[in-house]
Design a protein around this ligand. Structure first.
Ligand SMILES: Cc1ncc(COP(=O)(O)O)c(C=O)c1O
Length: 400
């Protein structure tokens, strides 16, 4: 008899973490590796947020608090949803968890039964399918195209719906593509969900990281019915450079929030208390430092696109990213070419060879359901980014 449960044995380890580990190994061995694999802002948490955590400790806030979250933080989250997203929630509908990843797990675990289908537009953040599988659900992928800007259309969604469809996982701004859906596109998708009573897990973690003219639109605001169907997930990791603090949150219909609160009360209890005080300061404090961060990302995105445009004659392409801090570089025209006799047959080879020969770490698109691409993050300094892109260009030019 296997010691591992069937549920957990279906899960694959995170390939992005595996690539990062390889890059870190090379760096530790003294190699000058530039990493485009990073999934977190390269900024330090703003000082006023750090101070709030210190103040909480000094004030003796070192004990358990309510399992679903500190009342002051839930209130701050309600205010944020109202002001930024036009979503009206009661504090009892908010659950504070250990990162948005944990919120996503809770949301799926509380709603998806074995055999239920969960629709995931591809390319997708690699955690979604694993969470669904872990809960006994069946991931159903809807493959988007470069032509549609890596966005799923309402017609594609309609086609993927079956009597077993329970949920759609919807992520805008998107990791890994940087796609941001417009209000019109979201309304069309919502109409399909309303028609078939499909829950929507709206992962809005990159909400604040949008460049250019696009505006974030929350699918839960489409109608009262959509609000009932939507579980909106967000957190402080990306917007406030707080990845290591581990704090995410969700808002859901009362029945779902109550179920998640019960489950969390047994699984983890509350998120560590001083982090919750820090999150109140993040949500209610000055926005200046974060606006600076967004400006820096916007400048890097523009520079990256400029340099990638110059590489198009080499067979590389990309879809203009509107948000988050990632670009999917389409590189399948290079498959079949070789470097020192080794043929590139897919995105994993491409990344392994770039790491070995150009000392740049990228994430293979196969991790996200898109083997024709590799993902580049621009959460690294402008200088490193430029040097890394020059190395990629030199590698591609040397291919036979
Ligand atoms: C799309 C997406 N959702 C959620 C998360 C998780 O964020 P957190 O650090 O809050 O768990 C990430 C982190 O990479 C992400 O890319």
């Amino acid at each position: 008899m296997s010691k591992i449960s069937q549920r957990v044995s279906t899960i694959s380890p995170s390939m992005t973490l595996a690539m990062s580990a390889k890059a870190a190994e090379l760096k530790a061995a003294g190699e000058n590796v530039i990493s485009f694999g990073v999934g977190e802002p390269d900024f330090i948490t703003p000082a006023h947020i750090i101070q709030a955590a210190k103040d909480a400790l000094d004030a003796g806030h070192t004990k358990y608090v309510a399992a679903a979250g500190l009342p002051a933080l839930k209130k701050a989250v309600c205010k944020k949803f109202k002001q930024d997203n036009g979503l009206d929630y009661e504090p009892s509908q908010i659950i504070i968890s250990n990162g948005a990843k944990h919120s996503i797990f809770n949301a799926v675990f509380a709603t998806v039964d074995p055999g239920d289908e969960v629709i995931i537009p591809a390319p997708y953040w690699l955690t979604y399918p694993e969470v669904v599988k872990c809960c006994g659900g069946v991931p159903v992928y809807v493959y988007t195209t470069r032509q549609s800007g890596f966005k799923m259309t309402a017609a594609q969604l309609e086609e993927a719906v079956t009597p077993k469809t329970k949920m759609l996982i919807f992520n805008s701004p998107n990791n890994p593509t940087g796609a941001v859906y417009s209000e019109e596109e979201i309304r069309a998708i919502a109409a399909v969900c309303e028609k078939h009573d499909i829950l929507v897990l709206a992962d809005e973690i990159y909400e604040k990281l949008i460049y250019g003219g696009q505006k974030h639109f929350s699918i839960g605001t489409v109608s009262p019915k959509m609000k009932e169907l939507t579980i909106t997930v967000n957190g402080v990791s990306k917007s406030y450079a707080m990845t290591g603090w581990r704090l995410g949150y969700l808002a859901a219909a009362p029945e779902i929030a109550k179920a998640i609160a019960s489950f969390q009360s047994h699984a983890t209890s509350n998120v560590n208390t001083m982090t919750q005080y820090a999150a109140v300061a993040a949500l209610e404090g000055p926005t200046g430092p974060m606006e600076e961060m967004v400006k820096a990302f916007a400048a890097r995105r523009d520079r990256m696109m400029e340099m990638l445009d110059n590489m198009k004659p080499l067979g590389l392409d990309y879809v203009k990213p509107e948000g988050a801090f990632y670009v999917m570089l389409v590189c399948d025209k290079l498959y079949g070419k070789s470097f020192e006799g080794k043929v590139i047959s897919g995105s994993m080879d491409m990344c392994e060879m770039l790491l070995a020969h150009a000392k740049v770490a990228l994430t293979p698109g196969v991790c996200f359901g898109a083997d024709d691409c590799v993902r580049l993050s621009y959460a690294l300094s402008m200088e490193e980014m430029e040097e890394g892109l020059r190395r990629i260009e030199a590698f591609v030019k040397a291919l036979k």
